[in-house]
Design a protein around this ligand. Structure first.
Ligand SMILES: [Fe+2]
Ligand SMILES: [Fe+2]
Length: 208
């Protein structure tokens, strides 16, 4: 599927992400998440006829700014991780010799996809839509619950709020391929069961 050169870049990107994200892992958004998203991106891109190679690279890179989120980095202004990921990758594309193998257009598509992986209507490139769907796939199923619990440090109230966000995330799955995976694997069921179970725990007898 890939040329020798493309395989080399994927291998290089994977190692770079591993070393970068491994330094300060963020619960639920670490290297394991990046690898799962890249794998989903490949599967979705193949069927949607998007550029599989660019989708895999974008999947690996999309959350490299996570560890810096919440830190003051612009005179008290806290940038979101999507923007930080974009800036880090922009710097890598400008200064890391290995990425000179990517064309200007390829870099543009990857950077756009990374910068807007939070924005459900940033549709300039099909690859951006594929990345968003791939990222969403990791929000559902049992893994979605484990990630949410870890990321929110087992804070029950915050977790329940995030479980409500999953309904919105489900609405915004855009590609037919991702929708099919989602439905076939019944990926919303664990989220729904978890939510119902937690809500039931909060029902107590009424005293008169
Ligand atoms: Fe992200
Ligand atoms: Fe992500």
């Amino acid at each position: 599927m890939y040329s020798k050169e493309q395989k080399d870049i994927i291998k290089y990107t994977r190692a770079k992400v591993l070393s970068h994200m491994g330094q300060s892992p963020v619960d639920g958004h670490g290297v394991d998440h990046a690898i799962r998203v890249a794998t989903w991106a490949v599967e979705i891109a193949k069927k949607e006829k998007a550029n599989v190679y660019l989708c895999e690279i974008a999947g690996l890179l999309h959350d490299v700014g996570r560890a810096l989120e919440g830190i003051d980095n612009d005179g008290g202004f806290k940038k979101r991780h999507h923007e930080l990921s974009y800036e880090i990758c922009q710097d890598w594309f400008r200064n890391d010799e290995a990425f000179t193998m990517l064309s200007k257009q390829e870099k543009l598509i990857i950077l756009y996809s990374i910068r807007y992986h939070w924005n459900n209507v940033a549709d300039k490139y099909l690859e951006a839509i594929v990345l968003r769907d791939a990222d969403k796939m990791d929000l559902f199923g049992k893994i979605g619950i484990v990630r949410t619990e870890k990321y929110l440090n087992y804070d029950r109230e915050k977790i329940m709020l995030h479980m409500r966000f999953r309904t919105d995330d489900m609405f915004w799955i855009r590609t037919e391929t991702a929708r099919k995976f989602f439905e076939k694997q019944k990926m919303f069921d664990p989220i729904l069961n978890y939510t119902v179970k937690k809500l039931k725990e909060d029902i107590h007898p009424i005293d008169l």
